[in-house]
Write a protein that binds this ligand. Structure first.
Ligand code: PAF
Length: 294
């Protein structure tokens, strides 16, 4: 496994590994984009990517353009050494760990602006995008850049970031990227907490409170499975578990359109309940997200 910082080096390495594996056409490259602080959720993406592709690239890059001015860009966990060990064990070929200057042009550092991929207003300015203006423009921009850099055939994303996955699929379709996007199931701790790099911010007490997010989601699903169809009732049920949390939103949307729905239809995976909530931990608020199909 090689750890690479530069775009040109990664391109050359992928090209020669492809050639050594017997030709450019049939050798598939899979990409797992991450911001590092790898956990079991990332490892499940890497495992799937490894099983489906001849070449596996994991990017580890805390992307500045997707963080707002008052967000946790500076304190986001950076654990490249541990991440690299996990990647090595998982059979990754290349860890791409660039610095912001390897990724963004000088213009970005002098003008605080760069060319962006901006998905339509209506899909980015709701749910997570409502409280994080510009977030999905930054995500799509870095993901688009990583697609161009790696020329990957497939890319793997976790379903925990459901809105992100929806937006990336839309971007790929609308911008004609010739890449298959694979969404992978949420990985949870034994007690139900969705795995997240931000869980490392949680004190023991905060972690206990954070568990109420998945508890609420599971309870709503239980009710939906018993035949309750009204979104408001299901949302109130979930919210009843979330006392002590600063809930930013709880919504039910169609998985196909990400539009809000009032009455859920029968059948698997048609409706998603999504939550974003902040938990007080060691004097600061940790923002967590989770979702469940009803
Ligand atoms: O989900 C993430 O970790 C990030 O948003 C991504 C997709 C790696 C882009 O920086």
């Amino acid at each position: 496994m090689k750890i690479i910082n530069s775009v040109s080096e990664l391109r050359n390495e992928i090209k020669s590994l492809k050639a050594s594996k017997g030709g450019l056409k049939d050798v598939k490259t899979g990409l797992v984009p991450t911001m590092g602080a790898l956990h079991g959720g990332h490892l499940s993406l890497i495992e799937k990517c490894r099983s489906e592709n001849e070449i596996v690239v994991v990017s580890v890059f805390v992307n500045p353009t997707q963080f707002g001015p008052n967000e946790d860009y500076d304190k986001y966990p950076r654990t490249l050494e541990a991440d690299s060990k996990l990647c090595e064990k998982a059979g990754v070929d290349f860890v791409f760990a660039p610095s912001p200057r390897d990724i963004y042009d000088e213009y970005y550092f002098t003008h605080k602006e760069t060319t962006l991929i901006c998905p339509p207003y209506d899909v980015v300015n709701k749910l997570c995008g409502k409280s994080r203006p510009g977030h999905f423009d930054g995500v799509c921009t870095i993901v688009g850049k990583l697609f161009n850099i790696t020329k990957c055939d497939r890319a793997y994303f976790g379903k925990k970031d459901a809105q992100q996955l929806f937006i990336i699929k839309k971007m790929v379709k609308e911008l004609n990227f010739d890449i298959e996007i694979i969404g992978c199931p949420i990985v949870r701790e034994k007690d139900g907490l969705a795995m997240s790099s931000r869980n490392t911010y949680l004190s023991n007490d905060a972690r206990k409170l954070a568990l109420n997010i998945s508890r609420g989601l599971y309870k709503a699903k239980e009710l939906a499975q018993k035949g309750v169809k009204e979104a408001d009732t299901l949302i109130d049920t979930a919210l009843a578990y979330m006392g002590g949390l600063d809930v930013e939103y709880t919504e039910i949307v169609s998985v196909d359109t990400f539009e809000k729905i009032d009455i859920i239809e029968q059948g698997p995976c048609k409706a998603l309940m999504l939550v974003a909530a902040r938990v007080e931990s060691n004097g600061s608020k940790v923002r967590l997200i989770d979702n469940i199909d009803l």
